[in-house]
Design a protein around this ligand. Structure first.
Ligand code: M6R
Length: 614
């Protein structure tokens, strides 16, 4: 889950590295470090704590100017977040430095072997074994790329490594095994990064390494080989968003900015894909014939992306009449799911790098299933490993708490559901046209929701000392309840749970005591009178036991008024589209409450945005 960046060129190397790390800090922020080549040695600075601690140290005592450097921001796995365990790590008696993302599973054996051979270790990390091993391989080969080729064959686990050696100034070598690494191409300079955000401020021209490849960058070249040394030509692409999209602008937090970008995320994900009565999707290998042949869909994803999948399930089953299961990617991977060539496995991931989701896709492919990725990040690993990709266009999401990406993921699945329904002939053109017309209204409706959240601000301040908050929903409101609870717990550290309304009497109602706050996501009485009446019954049951009820309800719903302490309004839309609007007050509530508690909403404790280890 760490962020890594490498650079060789004539800009201020430390500045380039720090800029890259500031973009990658979402991947982990337990410690940070940079190193540059300084004559015959490596100059190094690394600090426990967030990037700001490293910056302050470098301002006090700058590293020397250099044309070659690597930088790292860490999410701790092996060893606590101390200065010693921060990367880079040193090999070859201070002449080599190395950084790492991933886990080296056989590090204990390697360390024992290296210690027996006289190497002294300064940290508790798995990474340092790779640094020492690379230093020894360099002494044998006299060439960093050749040394890297030797070392990767001895490592088990998954890793991206970047390294440089003082005897080869102007060279950075990277290796990737089941962990992302991208190259940035500039004029007289090259970059390496965990994702394009590491260098997009300097160049939009990028390529992603495939699995088991090694890259060597100099000022004027970037050459890629496989682990055996055979040259490969990576596929280059231009990053379509500019660097300012990943900046905070005038906002207090990335999360606040990203919530405000929901309407554009939805608009951009639909752009060019909606005709009057059909959705235009280019799904490559998943052509109409394949889509007609599938008899089952399994959606795999984690966290917020998984909840978006629960919404997708309802829409796809209703419209395309194909059974859909939603699995947590890690649970899917480690049981023995029944899969064949008639199963379509849809992975959903904002980052496209979530290890659990990636492993689920690999497992599905190995079992012969067809694979579609719904992803927000160009060039990421999961879409590259899938047969087809439906990109969401939410723009870069930096805050750990996923917000606008959820909206775009739901939209991506709605688009796919309508496409599938047309291909399989399960929905009339007029019915598809009706949904499309309502989808076109969503950006404007979202803007309205964002403009009318004064009550949420007051609520969050009033509730800043809460110890527990519950969320209740039915049908597509159930995943909204789960998402509201996840958002609250991850950034405000308040205990929160989401429940399906029908489940209440099967246990959760025991939690209700006088004063317990429960958010209830209410479907429209006009569109879903039956579901509406069921949830109103749930509200009465919890109120009878003293709960304070906050409802998220459609603008014209007067029936909930007698039962609600607070009503948060959203515009009327079709049932399957409701989550896109209903989730926004819950996102804002979590943001406001965490802010009222004085917490860092963008970088909550213990978390990282991309979970790239299992
Ligand atoms: O990048 P992904 O969409 O694959 O990430 C999946 C989850 O890790 C992510 O949604 C996580 O649950 C968020 N922090 C929730 O806000």
């Amino acid at each position: 889950m760490c962020g890594i960046v490498g650079y060789t060129g004539e800009r201020g190397t430390v500045d380039v590295l720090l800029e890259g790390l500031s973009r990658l800090e979402y991947r982990g922020y337990d410690s940070a470090g940079v190193s540059v080549i300084d004559g015959e040695h490596i100059a190094l600075r690394k600090k426990g704590g967030k990037l700001a601690v490293l910056r302050a140290s470098l301002e006090d005592a700058p590293l020397p100017a250099s044309a070659t450097g690597i930088g790292h921001t860490r999410w701790a796995t092996h060893g606590g977040p101390t200065d010693e365990n921060a990367h880079p790590h040193i090999g070859d008696d201070g002449r080599l430095s190395l950084i790492h993302n991933g886990i080296i599973e056989n590090f204990a054996e390697l360390r024992a072997e290296l210690e027996a051979a006289g190497e002294a270790f300064a940290s508790e990390t798995d990474t340092e074994a790779a640094a020492k091993l690379l230093g020894r391989a360099y002494r044998e080969t006299g060439d960093l790329t050749a040394a890297m080729r030797q070392v990767v064959k001895r490592l088990h686990g998954q890793f991206t490594l970047l390294a440089m050696h003082a005897e080869q100034p102007g060279v950075v070598v990277g290796a990737s095994h089941n962990s992302p690494l991208l190259v940035g191409y500039g004029e007289g300079e090259h970059f390496l990064g965990s994702d394009v955000s590491a260098f997009v401020k300097f160049t939009p021209s990028a390529a992603a390494l495939d699995n088991d490849q090694i890259v060597t960058i100099t000022r004027d070249s970037a050459s890629v080989t496989d682990f055996d040394g055979n040259a490969v030509e990576p596929k280059r692409f231009e990053v379509s968003w500019d660097a300012s999209a990943a900046e905070k602008g005038g906002w207090n937090s990335f999360m606040a900015k990203e919530i405000s970008e929901g309407p554009e995320a939805v608009e951009n994900t639909m752009r060019g894909r909606l005709a009057d009565s059909r959705v235009e999707l280019d799904l490559g290998a998943l052509d109409d014939e394949v889509l007609r042949s599938i008899d089952r869909i399994v959606i795999v994803a984690c966290g917020t992306a998984n909840y978006s999948g629960l919404v997708g399930k309802y829409a796809i089953e209703t419209w395309a009449r194909v059974p859909v299961e939603v699995d947590l990617a890690h649970e899917f991977r480690y049981r023995d799911p029944v899969l064949d060539e008639r199963t379509l496995v849809i992975s959903i991931s904002q980052s496209g790098e979530t290890m659990d989701t990636k492993m689920a896709v690999q497992h599905a492919k190995a079992q012969g299933a067809r694979t579609l990725s719904i992803c927000n990040t160009q060039g990421a690993t999961i879409p590259r490993e899938s047969e087809a990709v439906l990109y969401t266009h939410a723009g870069p999401e930096v805050a750990v708490a996923s917000t606008k990406a959820f909206l775009a993921q739901v939209i991506g699945q709605l688009l796919f559901g309508l496409h599938l329904a047309r291909v399989r002939g399960t929905m009339a053109d007029e019915a598809i046209a009706e949904v499309i017309a309502e989808m076109r209204e969503l950006p404007a409706e979202l803007r309205q929701v964002l403009a009318e959240q004064e009550a949420v601000h007051e609520l969050a301040h009033w509730m800043a000392d809460s110890r527990s908050v519950l969320f209740l929903g039915r049908h597509v409101g159930y995943p909204v309840a789960l998402e509201g609870a996840l958002k609250l717990k991850e950034i405000s550290y308040i205990h929160a749970e989401g429940f399906a309304g029908g489940e209440l009497k099967h246990g959760p109602i025991a939690l209700i005591e006088p004063g317990q706050v429960v958010f209830v996501v209410v479907p429209s009485p006009r569109n879903e009178p039956l579901l509406h009446s069921k949830i109103v019954s749930n509200i009465q049951e919890i109120r009878a036991r003293g709960a304070r009820v906050i409802v998220v309800a459609e603008a014209g719903d007067a029936a909930v008024l007698p039962y609600a302490d607070v009503v948060l309004r959203v515009p009327l839309t079709l049932p399957m589209l409701e989550p896109v609007l209903q989730v926004v007050p819950l996102h804002i509530f979590a943001l406001e409450l965490a802010t009222a508690k004085g917490l860092d909403v963008d970088q909550p404790r213990n978390l990282a945005k991309s979970v790239t280890v299992e």
